[in-house]
Ligand binder design. Sequence first.
Ligand code: IMP
Length: 422
Amino acid sequence: MQTMAIIGAQWGDEGKGKITDLLAEKSDLVVRYQGGHNAGHTIWVNGVKTVLHVIPSGVLHPHCTSVIGHGVVLEPENFLFELNRIQKATKVTPDNLKVSETATVITHYHKILDAAREAQGNEKIGTTGKGIGPAYEDKIARRAVKVKDLFDKDTLVQRLGIGYAEKAILFKNLYNIEFPAVEQEVERLYALGQSMKDYVCDTFSLIDTSLAKGKRVLYEGAQGILLDVDYGTYPYVTSSSTSASGIFTGAGIPNHKLEEVIGVAKAYTTRVGEGPFPTELFDELGSTIQIKGNEVGATTGRKRRCGWLDIPLLRYAIKSSQLTSIALTKLDILSNLSELKVCYAYELNGKTVDCAYPGINLYKAKPLFKEFKPFKDDFSDGKASADLERYMSYIQEALGIPVSIYAYGPDRNQIVFKKNLF
Ligand code: IMP
């Protein structure tokens, strides 16, 4: 097997980072293809915690080349800060970290606009406030600054100038906020560009030549399929293609196809920000899961909303990203709970619906639950009890694809591979 993808199968925060970190051991390249520093991938190695936002989760393996593809929106200041921090923990050089020259740059204007809209706009999305949406808007409108533009001041003046006039009107007249002049932003971005220049290259050709040499490439998704701008629960989504299809536009798999697509799902469901959530728990059990699972955003520190595992949503995720197997994470959090449920279908307008197709109004979908005998595993021997096996078998059968990996803790040695991958 040469190509594999790790994709969030829910609303993000499924624990993709730790699975990617483990599979990176056997990979030559780990490639991010969308999103930006709105992501927060937490990896634990021997009790030491590392949080990555835009740098791929393969970076803790120096033999592996980490690639930030052209579909990513990159905030240079944050990138350099993160790079500096990670360099204290592991060896990261321009030889093993590459940034696409055509990735889109997040500027100060994007961050200001994101914050202003969330604070003063009519409809709150509950964004991470990192400027992600406004940066993608500029990309699609063909007025974005690309990473390669950072190396020439005249180009920066020209590219920033295109959108500036419009933004200035918004900032001054609609939001009444301070904003930097173009000259100031040009100087800031140029200086940042000089600091990251050595890491920048044509990542598409790097992936192409690597695949041609038989190297193994692992694509790392950020957020989750239900936050995909097209497949997700619009408008409560992020602004990128988080599903497997984003790989083709955001990085490329020249002359190859995806051989394995692992959908990472928590054994329950969480979501941050606004939007529908059929299995959400508003009772004490919900807050028990939130506290026990430490369900707090790695990027924003916001509490995550918690609920039972939602099979109809996962069925939709499988169909929309051609998932080939599931990695089930955070099983330890469900151990020893007073009750254990899985939503197998919804009741909607008097009918039973078993797949959360986009036409389904999730606000009106009433979850139908199957109850399980709660498992009481302490995982000390790394083995699953009969009760836990029964729970996982049900999920596997209901989804129609295997559970290839399960995790009962955040550390590398708490992740069990049921299938040999890579
Ligand atoms: P944005 O990506 O900052 O524009 O936020 C849009 C939506 O995606 C909000 O509901 C965020 O909470 C959500 N979101 C963005 N990144 C993540 C993530 O890494 N995990 C979970 N939710 C996220």
